[in-house]
Design a binder for this molecule. Structure first.
Ligand SMILES: C=CC1=C(C)c2cc3[nH]c(cc4nc(cc5[nH]c(cc1n2)c(C)c5CCC(=O)O)C(CCC(=O)O)=C4C)c(C)c3C=C
Ligand SMILES: [Fe+2]
Length: 343
């Protein structure tokens, strides 16, 4: 029987340093997130980052935590429940990090007699620290615990016309009545090194002005290209003026160069350039989470207005909106009936 496994990033069990620490440990000890030799990752993560970050992160989580739990988890659960209403296949939800494990989600499917799984990483874009680590982890768990299961993976859907349509409609609906000067597409950042590492040609990605616009097989695994492509597709769909739209990258750690421009620098710069009313969309995330609700909706507004900005609007993620659920339902139905995956 066919079934579906949805996977998102995961959250700590509670917004306390005690629960944030093991979550961050699992997250940052992932070799696809902090991609240095194991001994060095141990020193960086356990010797340095985990000494102070859990407390700081827990304070941030406490600001956005809901009565039912972490927004990322709650929204992903609501999305899963709604998706089940559109499908007769078993559907399970797992998280890459934290206590809602991938192994348990695979077991749930296995117990229902599923032997053919469509893995849906809940990320529109390919990055080794998001999409790839989910795929690798699911394959490891499947091979180890459920060797007879067959796995198929949904490709990154960053330019799928139906995804672009629902994202664009969400933006248009959220912008109604807001007289914006500019729309910032703020994507989660990654170290520039990850872009080079994910380039199978080993020479295409130069992280300059042109490589992302020059056709290449490297784009199949290039996060930067895929983010820019999403923005261009939305811009075309909504017919947005080119000079009112730009990209940036948020949530960097203070190591290495990360993808630029940095979102927080843009919040400082925009008011000085005459941008007083700003809308911010975060399309790297399909569900609102710490990085959208705290960093963009709260801190971002504060930084922008401190720098002289006035009107500010964070556009929510697709979350469990009916239109997005319907798009996902149509993708999994196509796979169920014909084996086809969305282009
Ligand atoms: C778009 C998907 C994501 C990519 C790519 C990504 C890369 C990445 N992240 C970190 C470090 C942290 N990210 C944190 C939170 C977080 N990251 C994503 C998504 C991507 N990360 C989400 C959805 C969330 C929120 C989770 C939630 O519970 O709401 C955190 C934890 C919070 C904090 O302390 O800031 C860290 C740390 C790195 C290093 C990285 C790429 C190398
Ligand atoms: Fe992250």
């Amino acid at each position: 029987m066919k079934g579906v496994l949805l996977v998102n990033l995961g959250s700590p069990d509670s917004p306390t340093a005690k629960d944030v620490k093991p979550y961050l440990d699992e997250f940052l000890m992932d070799e696809r997130v902090i991609d240095v030799p194991n001994w060095l990752r141990n020193i960086l993560v356990r010797g340095i980052i985990l000494q102070t970050r859990p407390k700081k992160s827990a304070e941030a989580y406490a600001k956005i935590w809901w009565e039912e739990g972490s927004p990322l988890i709650v929204i992903s659960e609501r999305f899963t429940e709604k998706l089940k209403e559109h499908s007769d296949m078993p559907i399970a939800l797992g998280m890459r990090y934290g206590s809602m494990t991938i192994k348990n989600a695979l077991k749930e499917l296995n117990d229902k007699g599923v032997d053919e799984v469509l893995l849906v990483p809940l990320y529109p874009h390919y990055a080794m620290s998001s999409y790839e680590t989910v795929v690798v982890k699911v394959m490891e768990e499947q091979e180890r615990f459920f060797p007879d299961m067959k796995l198929t993976t949904l490709p990154p859907f960053y330019k799928n016309p139906e995804y672009i349509r629902v994202l664009s409609e969400k933006i248009a609906e959220s912008l109604e009545g807001f007289d914006y000067d500019h729309i910032l597409f703020s994507y989660h950042g990654i170290p520039e090194r990850h872009i080079r590492k994910s380039d199978p040609t080993r020479f295409h990605c130069k992280i300059d002005g042109k490589c992302c616009q020059t056709n290449s097989v490297a784009h199949n695994t290039c996060y930067r290209h895929q983010c820019f492509d999403t923005t261009e597709s939305v811009k075309a769909y909504l017919n947005l003026p080119a000079d009112k739209v730009s990209n940036s990258f948020q949530s960097r750690l203070p190591n290495d160069p990360w993808l630029k421009p940095y979102t927080d620098f843009e919040f400082e710069r925009f008011p000085k350039e005459g941008i007083k009313n700003l809308a911010v969309i975060t399309p790297a995330f399909v569900a609102d989470c710490l990085e959208t609700l705290e960093e963009i909706a709260m801190e971002g507004q504060h930084q922008f207005q401190e720098a002289g900005g006035e009107g500010y609007k964070h556009i929510p993620c697709l979350n469990e909106s009916d239109s997005w659920v319907k798009v996902m339902a149509s993708w999994i139905k196509d796979w169920q009936e014909t084996g086809a995956l969305p282009a």
